[in-house]
Design a protein around this ligand. Structure first.
Ligand code: NDP
Length: 392
């Protein structure tokens, strides 16, 4: 990653130019930084061939970043709902609303992209270029950096847990959440608890167990302390280790889980398919530890489980999950804030699994703590807002 000056892109009719006050590190910034599984320049070239406006993105540099909070600076002629001066957060579903395939669930659109990953001019820059249908109101009780970290992970977890496009958890159900203090896991736990479900959180340190307990998650598994070894070798899994995990879950909550919130991928999928209850669902949005997955299909078909893929969120889902943050029902899981010049260090921490929750990046905000316009609501919620930073 490099910090450099580049020209401001031309503004399209349905677009907005945003002064970015703060941004966040997502795992996709790890992928863009290491060119895995692909170099993202391929995505930019493909977008460049679509239209005159798409051609702006095919450049020899990629301004990355898929989260931002900031202020609208300028809007294109076709923008109706936003004006300069509006305080916003940005969600990263980047779709062409003139494409008919985008008009049911826009995540199924043929040309659906993730802004700042499959498009240029993302959030890790002073100015970001977005489509107007990526904008959402900034939660007034949050600082710029707290408001910047939610959209990508929060909306993903909303779709996976709450939405009919995901697992649509109902009250009384239980959900095994891998990486439960990580970016998406920490929002997933909040959704499970808000919806009257029981999360079983999996983490890998005592510190993370304590953090989950403070968040309100009672059933927690420390995978490192338990020493699970689901793979005997690079090619062979150990079903007795899947069973040991299943037994631990039953000890903790007295039954098997209805839903598994899956994203580590190759390392855990065999276990995830095994421990879901008969008729249960394994919902997956990623494969951090490897995307060539193996599981024993007998446990899936004989026990009539569903394995369902899920990717980011459409505008409605992003809007709803932002509304829940706005209303103080879902809280940011910001643990640390980096100055813009140290973005690379923050990305390295996420890559090394050395962080909890989300890492924020200050861009145009000169210091932390700015941007709050509803201090009364903030005072009421301060313990929850600052939980991942070690409390108020
Ligand atoms: P984080 O790094 O913040 O959290 C991931 C968590 O997963 C870690 O806290 C860690 O928890 C756990 N983990 C890591 N490796 C393993 C492993 N081998 N076995 C078990 N647990 C593991 O990342 P995010 O939560 O932000 O993202 C997770 C994945 O989801 C990434 O691959 C990301 O690209 C993807 N993603 C996909 C989205 C989509 O729309 N499709 C949207 C957002 C994210 P611990 O060590 O404590 O167990």
């Amino acid at each position: 990653m490099r910090d450099d000056d580049v020209p401001v892109p031309e503004l399209g009719p349905g677009e907005a130019l945003i002064a970015v006050m703060a941004s966040a590190i997502n795992y996709n910034t790890v992928w863009t930084s290491i060119f895995e599984p692909l170099s993202t320049f391929m995505f930019l070239d493909r977008l460049g061939k679509e239209s005159r406006w798409g051609a702006r993105h095919a450049l020899p540099y990629h301004v990355v970043g898929s989260d931002a909070s900031g202020v609208v600076l300028k809007v294109g002629d076709a923008v109706r709902n936003w004006k300069p001066g509006d305080r916003v957060t940005v969600h990263c579903n980047y779709v062409d609303d003139q494409d008919p395939t985008a008009h049911d669930d826009s995540m199924l659109a043929a040309n659906q992209r993730i802004w700042g990953f499959e498009s240029n001019f993302g959030g890790l820059a002073d100015l970001a270029l977005v489509k107007a249908n990526q904008l959402m109101p900034k939660p007034a009780h949050l600082t710029w950096e707290e408001a910047a970290v939610n959209a990508l992970c929060n909306s993903t977890s909303y779709r996976m847990i709450v939405s009919p496009n995901g697992s649509q958890m109902t009250q009384g159900q239980s959900v095994l959440v891998w990486g439960a203090t990580g970016g998406i896991g920490a929002y997933a736990c909040q959704y499970v608890m808000n919806g009257g479900g029981t999360p079983v959180g999996v983490v890998s340190s005592e510190k993370r167990v304590a953090l989950l307990n403070e968040l309100g998650v009672e059933a927690v598994i420390d995978r490192r302390a338990e020493g699970y070894n689901f793979w005997k070798s690079d090619t062979e899994q150990d079903p007795s280790e899947w069973r040991r995990l299943g037994k631990k879950i039953r000890e903790l909550i007295g039954r098997d889980v209805d839903i598994v919130f899956e994203h580590p991928g190759r390392q855990t999928m065999g276990a995830s398919v095994f421990v879901a209850k008969r008729g249960g669902m394994i919902i997956t949005c990623a494969a951090t530890s490897g995307f060539m997955i193996e599981y024993d299909n007998r446990y899936l078909w004989m026990n009539q489980k569903t394995l369902k893929g899920c990717h980011y969120a459409n505008y409605r889902e992003a809007w709803e999950s932002n509304r829940l943050v706005y209303e103080g029902k879902i809280h940011p899981v910001l643990s640390e804030v980096f100055p813009f010049e140290e973005t690379g260090e923050a990305v390295a921490q996420v890559h090394a699994n050395a962080h909890e929750g989300k890492l924020g990046v200050l861009v145009l905000a000169p210091e932390e703590g700015l941007g709050v316009t509803n201090p009364e609501m903030r005072d009421l919620l301060i313990d929850k807002i600052t939980l991942f930073r070690g409390g108020a």
